[in-house]
Write a protein that binds this ligand. Structure first.
Ligand SMILES: CC(C)(COP(=O)(O)OP(=O)(O)OC[C@H]1O[C@@H](n2cnc3c(N)ncnc32)[C@H](O)[C@@H]1OP(=O)(O)O)[C@@H](O)C(=O)NCCC(=O)NCCS
Length: 205
């Protein structure tokens, strides 16, 4: 398996990546938003993406976005092809994209919004902390990116103050150490289930 910073030579995989993201976005609760082929290509061409390849086969992907004049960096669109899941690949991709983000934007706060326990675990291992959305970028174009998520109605109903996703932030100025040991899975699962019962049940009525 090769995990590298993507460049122009990887644009042949952009369509496959979009299809994989689109399939994952159909599942309510995933919290991943669709992206166009052109958008994925632009991330590759500007070296703001990481791709995992098994030979010449696409296995996984993640990209970097910058917001608020590079004050914030988001590592978004993490996707592992179903054939390569549960083998530690997302963890490796997240590590590479995190190190790349730190090297390229050393002063930026790095954030992620996710509903997935897997991503919450990975973020926690990297030193991210859960935060309210008010701690993240207020740039409208970032939140506009949520429009293609199945849960966008929830974000609108709360005037963008909360959603099923949990905001997580790595602050390079924070003195706290990277969390070691087991992540409190139960806490995250409980938070997720509280949010789902608050937002989704009411909406169904
Ligand atoms: C989420 C996703 C990227 C995980 O990829 P993966 O390669 O299977 O993940 P890994 O094997 O690296 O697992 C990383 C950690 O998450 C855990 N994990 C993986 N899938 C999980 C799941 N469905 N539920 C709970 N934990 C999970 C693993 O046990 C591992 O934890 P550990 O380090 O404590 O052992 C993949 O399932 C996917 O592409 N899903 C659809 C798109 C998506 O949801 N993207 C995230 C958007 S924010």
């Amino acid at each position: 398996m090769t995990i590298i910073i993507a460049d122009k030579s990887h644009t042949i995989h952009a369509q496959t990546i979009c299809e994989a993201i689109e399939a994952a976005a159909q599942v309510r609760g995933t919290g991943i938003a669709k992206r166009s082929v052109d958008y994925i290509i632009s991330k590759m061409e500007t070296h703001n993406a990481v791709i995992a390849l098994e030979g010449s086969t696409f296995a996984g992907f993640c990209y970097i976005e910058t917001w608020s004049h590079d004050k914030f960096v988001a590592n978004s669109g993490l996707i592992v092809h179903p054939d390569f899941r549960n083998q530690g690949l997302a963890k490796k991709i997240k590590n590479v994209v995190f190190e790349h983000s730190r090297a390229k934007y050393p002063l930026a706060k790095i954030f992620s919004i996710t509903t997935g326990l897997a991503v919450m675990k990975l973020n926690t291992d990297l030193g991210y902390k859960p935060v309210t959305f008010s701690e993240l970028t207020d740039e409208p174009s970032f939140w506009k990116g949520c429009q293609t998520c199945k849960n966008y109605d929830v974000l609108q109903r709360t005037s963008q103050s909360m959603c099923l996703c949990t905001g997580m932030l790595y602050d390079p100025n924070s003195k706290s150490e990277t969390v070691s040991g087991k992540v409190k899975d139960k806490t995250f699962l409980r938070l997720k289930s509280i949010k789902q019962s608050l937002f989704l049940k009411k909406h169904k009525k």
